[in-house]
Design a protein around this ligand. Structure first.
Ligand SMILES: [Zn+2]
Length: 387
């Protein structure tokens, strides 16, 4: 159980909120402090007898790696991101963490400095207990709110037998979520003077057919392709540009599409069925795929899922609710690296919104669940390995 006091955890959480760590790629004018929060985390962990260091992913973009335990046995990774979204439009002071009853307010309080505080407190408690066979490692990563270069870097350099993420989940256990794919569609027309209906062909009109075709495909096909935990597949057009002037038939038009994918889908099928839709309505248009992230799904029979479930039952007297998410998280990166991964995090409100707060009692419960799960997992995984 928690060996540091609740007020220490609260002070840790408030200190983390006080250090702005807005993602510098997402909001360049606000983001200049990821290194400061990483240095703070390293200092705090060292003070609590946890080995910790900064690992730079890129200049100015730090992960914190920390470890506790004797290393003689399995490894459990706990992961949370240090960056936050920006503060524009916020209706509270983003970096002055006001406490009101159980609520702690501030940018990143819920998403996810609460999760950072929970895993740091877990490591400190385990270090104080002094008898960890195996290892608990912390991945405090940068850049989750943009393109997750932190988690990508971490799994390249560290191994683990399981991972728990602490994105806010209202203490529900997340074992699946959707992925996404980004692509660009380009339609070609024939440029001509605006008066020359006999020569010109508008790429924008052609793109109109593509947009309608993709919308039909989304509503009639993708919406019927659904899974229990994560819901249906979907897609939408996020950006459009085209044309050169009011009096010219548009030679080119482009859209950017986002396809949200579900765990049972196959990426090459996903691409080819969209390409087919595009060719059917606007032959000769080009589709370029430029980024994708896999969906996430963890087998419910994994030891980490069972151990987390048992710890939850011990502490709360009921089974945890198992859920899936429509959006993407770093969990997919760990799972894809071959590390069975689950997510459980605190309760709160207002992620990426004008007012954000986290329920502090849920942060404490989250921490206790992590400590209990870590202890059980390291013991049982070790026994399985020895048999
Ligand atoms: Zn988050």
């Amino acid at each position: 159980m928690l060996t540091i006091s609740k007020s220490d955890v609260l002070e840790l959480l408030r200190d983390l909120i006080r250090i702005p760590s807005v993602n510098p790629t997402l909001v360049p004018e606000e983001g200049h402090n990821e290194v400061k929060i990483a240095e703070f985390a390293v200092d705090w962990l060292k003070k609590h007898k946890v080995d910790a260091r900064i690992e730079f992913v890129e200049p100015g973009r730090p992960n914190v790696f920390a470890e506790v335990g004797d290393g003689d046995g399995p490894t459990l990774c706990l992961c949370a991101h240090l960056d936050t979204v920006g503060t524009e439009g916020m209706e509270i002071d983003p970096f002055d963490p006001r406490v009101e009853g159980n609520r702690v307010y501030g940018r990143g309080s819920c998403d996810m400095k609460a999760g950072v505080a929970a895993i740091m407190s877990t490591a400190a408690s385990l270090a104080a207990s002094g008898s960890i066979k195996g290892k608990v490692i912390l991945a405090l990563v940068c850049d989750e709110e943009y393109s997750s270069i932190g988690a990508d870097h971490f799994v390249l350099h560290h191994k683990a037998d399981a991972c728990i993420l602490t994105e806010p989940s209202d203490l529900k256990m997340v074992i699946a979520h959707r992925g996404f794919l980004w692509g660009k569609v380009t339609s070609m027309g024939r440029s001509a003077h605006g008066s020359r209906w006999d020569l010109g062909e508008s790429a924008i009109t052609r793109m109109g057919k593509v947009i309608v075709g993709l919308d039909d495909f989304d509503k009639n096909v993708l919406r019927n392709r659904s899974e229990d935990l994560v819901g249906p597949a979907s897609m939408h057009v996020g950006l459009i540009s085209g044309g050169v002037g009011i009096s010219t038939y548009a030679p080119e038009c482009q859209i950017h599409i986002e396809r949200r994918t579900i765990p049972s889908e196959n990426i090459s099928n996903i691409k080819s069925e969209i390409e087919k839709v595009v060719q059917n309505v606007a032959e000769g248009s080009q589709v370029d795929w430029y980024f994708h992230r896999n969906p996430f799904s963890c087998n419910p029979n994994e030891l980490i899922v069972r151990n987390l479930t048992e710890s939850f039952e011990r502490l709360l007297g009921r089974e945890p609710e198992r859920v899936g998410w429509g959006f993407w998280t770093d969990a997919a990166i760990f799972q894809q690296a071959g590390i069975p991964t689950v997510n459980i995090g605190a309760s709160g409100f207002g992620l990426h919104e004008p007012v954000e707060w986290v329920d502090f009692e849920s942060v404490i419960m989250n921490t206790n669940i992590l400590i209990d799960t870590a202890t059980t997992f390291l013991r049982e995984k070790r026994i399985i390995a020895e048999v």
